[in-house]
Design a protein around this ligand. Structure first.
Ligand code: SF4
Length: 300
């Protein structure tokens, strides 16, 4: 028999889908979750923080408590030689000239772990570690997967105190449906949540950074240079690391190339779409698309 949840928590990535969930709950289309939890890597673009402030107003008015949790600043940790390495999915050029990709551990360390820690705390685990949840307490966690992401849904229960629910699937809403629904409510400019220097950015995101957010572009270019040999403490990187898939320094990377090609040729394959758009969903704590083993060793 299923146990009634003690707590309902929306995992708020602050992107299109989870923003839709929060607004649906605020409008009463969905029941109101007790809390919404946003995991802050400390390196989101200013537009995401502004969006989050706006969402905080909506949550407050709806009686939903918004928690911002953080493991620290991912950018600082990733470039600090004294800091343990949390692997970011850098593009690696191996010493033999072959290509590799770093393991993606940053999402689980900087997003998943702080969220589940907060859930344990809210379920009554004792400080300071908040490890052990009292028996019988369960959190129903809302995750914003839309119908086009059904392949990301997993029934695997990671821990006893968490069950997942996917309200957008119950409502039959796709990402496009969410975008249309948001636009009709004045949220059409909802941006993806992702670190300023995330290697999963597509060319469009890099161009937007370069052309419209020069301060954040300079920051990403500086970060790209700083991680060339690994950056933080850990097993030494074999090869060199880059933020762009071309494996050249970001300020020299061909981030304009795909659009020009598309103008000449309408035939766009999946690789081109990913190169151009990046991960369409930003960095969801639960939506890791990578997870493939590394070739170039970037992990501690
Ligand atoms: S946005 Fe990119 S760099 Fe940041 S946590 Fe997610 S995968 Fe890692």
């Amino acid at each position: 028999m299923a146990i009634a949840p003690t707590l309902t928590a929306l995992s708020l990535g602050a992107g299109v889908q989870s923003t839709t969930l929060l607004l649906l709950a605020a409008e009463g289309v969905l029941p109101r979750p007790d809390v919404a939890i946003f995991a802050d890597t400390g390196w989101e673009p200013a537009a995401v923080y502004a969006q989050l402030d706006r969402l905080a107003d909506v949550a407050r008015a709806a009686g939903i408590e918004l928690h911002r949790v953080s493991k620290g600043n991912l950018r600082a940790a990733a470039t600090d030689p004294a800091h343990r390495y949390a692997s970011v999915p850098y593009f690696i050029r191996n010493p033999d000239g072959s290509n590799g990709i770093g393991r993606r551990q940053c999402t689980s360390e900087y997003k998943l772990a702080p969220i589940t820690r907060k859930v344990r705390e809210l379920l009554g685990a004792n400080p300071p570690a908040f490890r052990r949840v009292p028996a019988g307490r369960v959190c129903e966690q809302w995750i914003g997967f839309s119908t086009d992401e059904i392949g990301r849904v997993s029934d695997r229960r990671r821990v006893k105190y968490l069950t997942n629910r996917y309200p957008l699937l119950d409502l039959g809403m796709s990402r496009k449906d969410c975008q249309r629904w948001l636009a009709a409510r004045g949220w059409g400019d909802t941006v993806k949540s992702a670190c300023i220097g995330c290697p999963f950015h597509g060319n469009r995101a890099w161009r937007d950074l370069r052309d419209n957010h020069p301060g954040e572009w300079v920051d990403a270019v500086a970060f790209d240079a700083a991680i060339r040999n690994g950056g933080a403490r850990g097993s030494s990187l074999r090869g060199t690391a880059y933020l762009h898939a071309s494996r050249v320094p970001l300020d020299q990377a061909p981030i304009d190339r795909i659009t020009r090609a598309e103008r000449r040729d309408d035939q766009v394959d999946l690789f081109d779409v990913l190169a151009e758009e990046g991960d369409p969903d930003g960095c969801s704590p639960y939506g890791c698309r990578s997870g493939t083993p590394t070739q170039g060793r970037a992990a501690a």
